[in-house]
Design a protein around this ligand. Structure first.
Ligand SMILES: *[C@@H]1O[C@H](CO)[C@@H](O)[C@H](O)[C@H]1NC(C)=O
Ligand SMILES: *[C@@H]1O[C@H](CO)[C@@H](O)[C@H](O)[C@H]1NC(C)=O
Ligand SMILES: *[C@@H]1O[C@H](CO)[C@@H](O)[C@H](O)[C@H]1NC(C)=O
Ligand SMILES: *[C@@H]1O[C@H](CO)[C@@H](O)[C@H](O)[C@H]1NC(C)=O
Ligand SMILES: *[C@@H]1O[C@H](CO)[C@@H](O)[C@H](O)[C@H]1NC(C)=O
Ligand SMILES: *[C@@H]1O[C@H](CO)[C@@H](O)[C@H](O)[C@H]1NC(C)=O
Ligand SMILES: *[C@@H]1O[C@H](CO)[C@@H](O)[C@H](O)[C@H]1NC(C)=O
Ligand SMILES: *[C@@H]1O[C@H](CO)[C@@H](O)[C@H](O)[C@H]1NC(C)=O
Ligand SMILES: *[C@@H]1O[C@H](CO)[C@@H](O)[C@H](O)[C@H]1NC(C)=O
Ligand SMILES: *[C@@H]1O[C@H](CO)[C@@H](O)[C@H](O)[C@H]1NC(C)=O
Length: 712
């Protein structure tokens, strides 16, 4: 039967299929089906052409929701026997899973989240093609007899028992699952592993035991010669001895974070090259324990492994990298040769410890790209430890006690991309002999007490982004960065700057983004930005600016974004912004503006979006500004971030309707503006979604106009 004929057949067999509705059956190829069924599975002859099909692999994927666990399977034996993948959801505290009786072709079975407490007998016994069994998120506690099968060897490769109530694993629970590759027992209540429950799982590659109550490994993994990933986070392990985990040197991932480890034995670091493929990344995660001290690691294991490596793979050089996480411990001391046995350490996290110095054999650190020393008590960096760390890219020294930048220790490094020294005790900087990465470098010095920073030519070469947020800068002229040829972005927000004049900014002309938000700026004098004429973004929000002087932004002919939000500007003459030929976004949110002279924008090159939220603009002004924009007179497009639906608004922009308060002293604005009269018809066409206010407003002019004509 071809697929077309089958569809026809299905259409002609209506009511009998109500448990697996027609529109939920998808034919994805010859004998490849996807079915969605309710309550039970019935078919009445469906897919008969696939029975005994030898030409095609039969794939029948069934999702059965709201299922009963004991529907009558005898009438539909043939169809049920075709199912290869089954995901069932139901609610069966105690079940025999009888519906599995005839599904002997099942490869993948998902019984997760069915509230199962007890499974009687061994319902998987006859599923001799089963590869993937998911029993997670139930309430199983007794699993001793569950995994018994008729055939040997058994085919199950993946078993998930996560999120159940398992406390004990009797010795032979998994003994038949000799082909198991992936076993997930995480999120249970396992305390003991003393019965060697995994001893037959010699093919196991991943074992997840995280989030249990294990205290001792008891050598339970010693037979698992192929184990690569061992997850033990969130247990109560106090000690790891060589005897308790002999295969430790095979492990690519060893996660013992969030346990009670006090002693760090060198055995935890030793790995044998022969167990790794090329480019493996070995992860050793020991964070959140009670480790206080990192001892010298004996080099013997490493030498041994090198010898093994040489004898096994004489010609092939394999690249294995190690990432070590020791964060959130109580480490006060690291011995000089602590990392000697680690294979090519590339990432080292020792943040959140109690280090006063970091004095480690630099030979063992020469591959390190990422080093996190944040949240310690460091006052300096040992030259000897850092001198050869030539691959370092990301150095986090935040939250320490440094009162200077340890630039000399980093002099030989040319790869630094990010150096974070936020929350230290630096007050001033006179030299910075660091060459950053060719692609650019970021230096974060925020939250120090910096008042002074003067970089001579050649220093901090390659620095592209400097953060000086939350320091003690009162005089911006003391931040001298004129000689920084690569500096593209400078953040001086949250400082104490009160005013800017033409000498204030000693910054390089290449600067593109300058952030001066959250200062105390009241006054911006003429030509304040003349040195940074390539600026594209200037942020001046959250200051105390009350007015913008003529010439303040002189020379900023590349500026695209200007942020003046959250100041105290009550009146703004657009002529003060006339140098800003490229301006496209102007934020004036949360000021005290009633009115913005916008006639200057008539000749602007591109559209200028002006954000007006939280001001006191009158609806009259807004209507005029919008109509000028909509009919193409002005390039200024009034807009808001948050369209307010309460109160008066035009095109979603809130405004104040002040009856009779029609201004103004400056003659710029007049309700009887001739130009407006001439164009009011055009406006009516152009403005599509105006509010009733605008309609009323325009309509008045139309009437007015007509009256005038009539009276002529
Ligand atoms: C499937 O469930 C329906 C009720 O939803 C019932 O009428 C029908 O007999 C059941 N079929 C089998 C095979 O159990
Ligand atoms: C389920 O299995 C138990 C124990 O083998 C048996 O006593 C019971 O009769 C079975 N129930 C059903 C509905 O088959
Ligand atoms: C088991 O099923 C649950 C729920 O459907 C799912 O979240 C989980 O990823 C599955 N586990 C495996 C190993 O497939
Ligand atoms: C454990 O594995 C061995 C050999 O792989 C096998 O002979 C033995 O029967 C297995 N144990 C059980 C209980 O299946
Ligand atoms: C660790 O090794 C260094 C360098 O070999 C040595 O000076 C130090 O004494 C050793 N520490 C201990 C506790 O053996
Ligand atoms: C530093 O480490 C290298 C290689 O790991 C070793 O050869 C050297 O002896 C160590 N230096 C000291 C002083 O222990
Ligand atoms: C360094 O560690 C701290 C604390 O553990 C963390 O907050 C920070 O994000 C880490 N730094 C980097 C660059 O990953
Ligand atoms: C520096 O570290 C602080 C604290 O972890 C973080 O908030 C900040 O984003 C980091 N700076 C950079 C540039 O990554
Ligand atoms: C900032 O500078 C002022 C005056 O120079 C000083 O009194 C204050 O302690 C400094 N604050 C910090 C955080 O260094
Ligand atoms: C804004 O300026 C007015 C007068 O110019 C003043 O009364 C008011 O306190 C200022 N508001 C703020 C938040 O500085």
């Amino acid at each position: 039967m071809n697929p077309g004929a089958l569809v026809l057949f299905l259409v002609m067999a209506p009511s009998v299929l109500c448990e697996c509705p027609l529109n939920k059956i998808h034919n994805l190829g010859t004998c490849v089906y996807n079915l969605h069924c309710f309550h039970n599975v019935t078919s009445k002859g469906l897919l008969r052409e696939c029975l005994g099909s030898t030409n095609h692999a039969v794939i029948v994927d069934v999702t059965l929701v709201d299922a009963t666990d004991r529907f009558d399977t005898s009438s539909d034996v043939e169809f049920l026997s075709l199912i290869t993948t089954l995901k069932v959801s139901g609610n069966w505290p105690e079940t025999n899973l009888t519906f599995l009786e005839n599904m002997y072709r099942l490869k993948s079975l998902n019984l997760a989240e069915n509230n199962i407490k007890i499974i009687n007998d061994s319902p998987f016994r006859h599923l001799n093609r089963l590869e993937d069994l998911n029993l997670s998120k139930n309430q199983l506690f007794d699993i001793e007899e569950l995994f018994q099968f008729d055939s040997y060897p058994n085919t199950v490769r993946k078993l998930c028992l996560a999120h159940n109530y398992i406390e004990e694993i009797p010795g032979d629970t998994f003994s038949e699952l000799t082909n198991l590759v992936h076993l997930d027992l995480s999120y249970n209540y396992i305390t003991e592993l003393s019965e060697e429950p995994f001893s037959n799982l010699t093919n196991l590659a991943t074992l997840k035991l995280n989030h249990n109550r294990i205290q001792n490994l008891n050598g339970a993994m010693n037979n698992l010669l192929n184990l690569k990933h061992l997850h033990l986070a969130h247990n109560n392990i106090k000690n790891i001895e060589e005897e308790s985990i002999k295969i430790i040197s095979h492990l690519e991932t060893l996660d013992i974070s969030k346990n009670q480890l006090e002693n760090l034995k060198p055995i935890l670091f030793s790995r044998h090259w022969i167990h790794f493929g090329d480019h493996s990344i070995c992860k050793i995660i020991l964070s959140d324990n009670h480790i206080a001290y990192v001892p010298n690691a004996t080099v013997i294991t490493e030498q041994k492994s090198r010898q093994i490596r040489n004898s096994f793979r004489p010609t092939k050089i394999i690249d294995v990298f190690t990432e070590l996480d020791l964060s959130h411990n109580s480490i006060t001391h690291i011995e000089y040769n602590a990392f000697q046995s680690i294979v090519q350490l590339t990432s080292l996290d020792i943040s959140n410890n109690r280090l006063i110095t970091f004095d480690v054999n630099t030979t063992d650190l020469r591959f390190v790209k990422y080093l996190n020393l944040s949240k310690n008590f460091l006052q300096t960096l040992q030259y000897s430890s850092f001198a050869s760390m030539i691959n370092l890219q990301n150095l986090d020294l935040s939250f320490n006690k440094m009162d200077f930048i340890p630039d000399q220790s980093l002099m030989n490094n040319y790869r630094l991309k990010l150096m974070n020294m936020t929350f230290n005790e630096i007050l001033e900087i006179r030299r910075l002999r660091i060459t950053f990465d060719r692609e650019g470098g970021v230096l974060d010095l925020s939250n120090n007490g910096i008042t002074n920073l003067n970089l001579p030519p050649g220093d901090a070469y390659g620095l592209t982004f400097l953060r000086l947020r939350s320091n003690n800068i009162t005089k911006p002229s003391l931040i001298k960065l004129n000689h920084q040829p690569n500096l593209a972005q400078l953040d001086m927000s949250k400082n104490l700057i009160e005013e800017l004049d033409s000498e204030s900014l000693q910054l390089p002309v290449v600067l593109g983004i300058l952030d001066l938000t959250h200062n105390l700026i009241q006054k911006i004098g003429p030509s304040s930005f003349h040195r940074v004429s390539h600026l594209k973004t200037l942020r001046l929000s959250y200051n105390k600016i009350t007015s913008i002087e003529y010439g303040a932004f002189e020379g900023l002919s590349s500026l695209v974004n200007l942020d003046l939000a959250f100041n105290n500007i009550s009146h703004l003459d657009s002529k003060t912004l006339m140098d800003l030929k490229q301006l496209s976004v102007l934020s004036l949110r949360s000021n005290d503006l009633l009115y913005l002279d916008h006639s200057s924008w008539f000749a602007h090159k591109q559209v200028l979006r002006v954000y007006l939220d939280d001001n006191s603009f009158s609806c009259d002004w807004l209507a005029l500004a919008l109509s000028d924009y909509n009919n193409g007179y002005s390039k200024m497009c009034p807009t808001v971030l948050n369209t307010n639906i309460n109160g008066h608004s035009i095109e979603g922009i809130p405004c104040k309707q002040e009856v009779g308060a029609i201004m103004d002293s400056q003659q710029n604005y007049n309700i009887a503006d001739e130009r407006l009269l001439v164009t009011n018809q055009k406006i009516l066409e152009a403005v599509q979604e105006q509010t009733s206010f605008l309609r009323k407003y325009m309509w008045r002019f139309v009437l007015h106009d007509a009256e005038k004509k009539n009276s002529k």
